[in-house]
Design a protein around this ligand. Structure first.
Ligand code: ATP
Length: 306
């Protein structure tokens, strides 16, 4: 009997292991399903890209049904223009950029690119025309050159260097121990937020997409870095349809239109000058940020004179 029960126990053990394995697999599929929320329509066409005009019409969206995030948002980014979205934390600003890239499908309204509903085209063709500079760029554990060239793998060394120059990062790269061949990422040299963002900009310059989504980092940058990034962005966004999720004054001031988002609704919209004139939410945000910048610079002066 003893001889028999041992294998039976063993079989029980194996059975439980398999059961456990199955639940893990089920959970894994649940997770995958969350990730693969968006599928190509069965007859999805290739996006026919022209000038890259973007239109959000009465867009409704919630990550989970119980909590609406966007409640009927309408705005256009005309071809070649720049629209900046500002507003309090949690207003739904980054969500707009994720929806344009079609990480999620909307529950109401339409998002179109050059007049085509983005749900009717292949994700691949949509994403191929959009350059995304995210808040926090994840770098590959590879060389700086590799990370930049990822924007267009056929780019020559000369083109990689030129892109780095436009992105205001070439000079910094040349100071690294092995220049463009320096390994970066989690297992290599760790770059600062501002440096990573400039690598992402260089990558986007190589990709040269008609549409640009820029999700600015919330973290404060020093004035020099901010100016360098702004210079780089002015070059990339020139003649490109650009949607900026803005946290910094420098980006907002030059935008063709500013959308002030609050709790998933458009509270105000207009140019920088018009919104200041209005003396509403935007004006108070702007004044607060200006005061913070002034205080910071004052503090720096005090420190330097010590
Ligand atoms: P910030 O300025 O702080 O970056 P934001 O305006 O960009 O804020 P979003 O990132 O668009 O805000 O988020 C809007 C709301 O949606 C937030 O309340 C956030 O908690 C929620 N949210 C964001 N991503 C998810 C997600 N993947 N699942 C569920 N809720 C989410």
């Amino acid at each position: 009997l003893l001889q028999l029960s041992a294998p039976l126990n063993f079989i029980g053990f194996v059975y439980r292991e398999i059961r456990q394995g199955l639940t893990d697999i089920e959970q894994m599929f649940d997770l995958l399903e969350v990730k693969a929320e968006v599928n190509d329509a069965p007859n999805a066409a290739e996006l026919r890209i022209g000038q890259g005009a973007i239109s959000f019409k009465d867009v409704h969206f919630a990550y989970d049904a119980a909590r609406p995030i966007l409640k009927g948002i309408s705005f256009d980014v005309p071809a070649g223009k720049t629209v900046a979205v500002v507003g309090p934390s949690g207003a739904g600003k980054s969500t707009l950029s994720r929806l344009l890239y079609r990480f999620y499908d909307i529950q109401g309204g339409t998002i179109t690119v050059d007049g085509q509903d983005i749900r009717t085209v292949t994700q691949k063709s949509l994403r191929s025309v959009i350059g995304m500079v995210p808040q926090d760029t994840v770098l590959f554990n590879d060389t700086v050159a590799y990370n930049i060239r990822y924007g267009r793998t056929s780019a020559s060394d000369g083109e990689v260097f030129a892109a780095a120059e436009v992105a205001q990062i070439a000079h910094f790269i040349e100071t690294l121990p092995e220049g463009f061949e320096t390994k970066v990422g989690e297992r290599g040299l760790k770059l600062s937020g501002g440096e990573k963002q400039r690598v992402a900009i260089a990558r986007t310059i190589l990709k040269a997409p008609p549409i640009l989504i820029l999700d600015e980092a919330t973290s404060a940058l020093d004035t020099t870095t901010e100016r360098e990034i702004q210079t780089a962005l002015d070059v990339v966004s020139k003649n490109r349809t650009t949607l900026v999720i803005a946290h910094r004054l420098s980006t907002v001031i030059g935008a063709d239109e500013i959308i002030v988002l609050k709790s998933g609704e458009i509270a105000e919209r207009g140019t920088h000058a018009a919104l200041l004139e209005r003396n509403g939410l935007y004006a108070s945000m702007w004044n607060r940020q200006r005061e913070a910048t002034q205080a910071e610079e004052h503090l720096k002066q005090v420190r330097e004179s010590d």
